[in-house]
Design a protein around this ligand. Structure first.
Ligand code: ADP
Ligand code: MG
Length: 212
């Protein structure tokens, strides 16, 4: 199969130029299979191994519909660990270059609460965090998710294995019911499918087998 260029997607010229400047010329297989549905606004379950480019698949999805002039949390990404949240935030910042002044905040456990609360008072367009800490902020009323347009569950299998189900369910219920939900995972066994099904609305499912 021939690789497909990002320029086949309905994205603005400056956004495409920035993606190209990152050295991303052709879509990876999971990007090729998921991005047309993601940019069309569909809910999606994407299963592909680590290192296959899943971050850009949901990152482009969040950014292409984000309004930089609207200073509200429009995108939320849940990750299993602080390290992964930092990596995702870094990739989103690179993808967001040139898209206006987009503020991306990382909220993870282990870090002191007070600076996170101060940052939240200044506002953010996108929040990337771990379920426990996000839930904590919701409980304190320091984070509002009522404007979330795109919710991403990254590494859903690991988050579920780590026992984050209750936190995730609480966070999902704090998001508007009219939203786009994207679930990315390396594996999608039946127990995780049953646990997460209710978070998605009529999702498209894409799988890239590991030999690709
Ligand atoms: P995953 O989340 O599937 O484990 P990542 O999103 O972390 O994978 O991406 C793995 C690596 O591939 C990263 O270094 C990223 O910069 C790179 N990458 C992603 N998409 C592309 C692309 N279309 N072309 C080239 N490199 C890419
Ligand atoms: Mg990843």
């Amino acid at each position: 199969m021939n690789p497909i260029a990002f320029s086949t997607l309905p994205l603005t010229a400056p956004f495409l130029a920035n993606i190209d400047s990152l050295g991303y010329h052709m879509m990876t297989t999971i990007q090729e299979k998921s991005l047309p549905h993601v940019v069309a606004g569909r809910d999606l379950i994407a299963q592909a191994k680590t290192g296959s480019g899943k971050t850009a698949a949901f990152g482009i999805g969040i950014l292409h519909k984000l309004n930089p002039a609207w200073f509200a949390v429009q995108g939320l990404v849940l990750c299993p660990t602080r390290e992964l949240a930092d990596q995702v935030a870094g990739e989103l910042r690179r993808l967001a270059r040139g898209e206006g002044n987009i503020k991306i905040l990382t909220l993870t456990g282990g870090a002191p609460m007070r600076p996170q609360i101060a940052s939240l008072e200044h506002g953010a367009h996108i929040v990337v965090g771990t379920p426990g800490r996000i839930r904590d902020h919701l409980g304190r009323g320091t984070l509002q998710l009522n404007n979330v347009q795109t919710l991403v569950l990254d590494e859903a299998d690991r988050m579920t294995d780590m026992g984050f189900y209750e936190e995730i369910a609480g966070i999902v219920s704090a998001c508007p019911s009219r939203r786009q939900t994207l679930l990315f995972s390396a594996t999608y066994p039946d127990d995780i499918r049953r646990a997460t099904e209710s978070f998605l609305s009529n999702p498209v499912e894409v799988i890239v087998e590991s030999q690709h």
